[in-house]
Design a protein around this ligand. Structure first.
Ligand SMILES: Nc1ncnc2c1ncn2[C@@H]1O[C@H](COP(=O)(O)OP(=O)(O)OP(=O)(O)O)[C@@H](O)[C@H]1O
Ligand SMILES: [Mg+2]
Length: 278
């Protein structure tokens, strides 16, 4: 569905994305995970044809992205990192506007708006100005806007940043349902919990480079399934083990260490010596 071939993006002396080669297949729920400044938004913006790579190429559905071929934009919907809603317009008008931009006939627009608002449980508030919506509702509306023209691929840049746990779960449910219905989803996040909950495969990136690619389970298991954390002399240390028994075998008193299952964040720290941050 998306193929990156040796994609590099430079801003002057800064290399934001370096030699990225990656393929995302149809129907996948794929996550791009990395800390602030890793290059996530740059990759998203190149995928959405908002900015061109300095080198390399990107194909979507077998067609090479080119800015002089805007037709390809119908294949995907984009949920950017920052709001793209018209605050003064109602939820319905925001969707209406997007539908017109994509040349959808009136009957189809109306049908699609009704269906989408219902799907995201926003039907009751459809006439209210978008700026009066809560953060979670605005984010849901942004997703609906991206879906308005029925794309095959949904691109989301940090779809749940700043939302409370309940609003986040609501978006997760929405995205899961869409993916089950056959939509290919590609999202960026710096929440490992989000990637762990949603994504089949993830790519870990750090400073513009692909660090690891695989399922969450594979990436974690590769580093060791269990973590032993020791707290001694005011300093904490992590060690990785494949088996619980090995991890628990320490010459320490119970208060000085604990053993738990490793997660994606542990693996990321081990691979990069850096956390995902917030
Ligand atoms: N238009 C631009 N001009 C110059 N540098 C840029 C531009 N856009 C991004 N960068 C730089 O490229 C690097 C990657 O930025 P990017 O926004 O892709 O990171 P990110 O992973 O999305 O970070 P965040 O988690 O904070 O959203 C950063 O060092 C950033 O400062
Ligand atoms: Mg970003």
């Amino acid at each position: 569905m998306i193929r990156y071939r040796n994609v590099t993006k430079r801003y002057g002396a800064l290399t934001a994305v370096e030699d990225l080669s990656l393929e995302i297949t149809r129907g996948e729920f794929f996550g791009l995970l990395g800390p602030n400044g890793a290059g996530k938004t740059t990759i998203m913006r190149m995928t959405a044809a908002l900015t061109a790579p300095t080198a390399g190429s990107i194909e979507i559905g077998g067609e090479r992205l080119r800015r002089d071929r805007p037709g390809i934009k119908r294949k995907f919907g984009v949920v950017p990192q920052y709001s793209n809603l018209e605050g003064e317009l109602s939820a319905r008008q925001n969707l209406e506007f997007h539908g017109r931009l994509y040349g959808m006939p009136r009957r189809l627009r109306q049908e699609r708006i009704r269906e989408l608002l219902e799907f995201a449980e926003l039907s009751g508030r459809s006439s209210e100005a978008a700026k009066n919506f809560s953060g979670g509702m605005q984010r849901r509306l942004m997703i609906l806007k991206a879906l308005m023209h029925s794309p095959q691929l949904l691109l989301l840049d940090e779809p749940t940043v700043g939302l409370d746990p309940a609003a986040r779960r609501k978006i997760w449910d929405l995205l899961r349902n869409l993916n089950r219905g056959g939509l290919t989803i590609f999202l960026t996040t710096h929440y490992m919990e989000e990637a762990q909950n949603l994504c089949g495969r993830v790519a870990l990136i750090d400073r513009g480079k692909l660090v690891r690619l695989g399922t969450v389970g594979e990436i974690v298991a590769e580093q060791g399934r269990y973590v032993r954390e020791t707290f001694q002399a005011g300093h904490a240390e992590q060690c990785f083990f494949d088996r619980w028994e090995e991890a628990a075998q320490a010459d320490l008193s119970p208060g000085e260490f604990r053993v738990r299952e490793a997660n994606l964040e542990d693996a990321f720290i081990r691979l990069t010596s850096r956390g995902l941050g917030d």
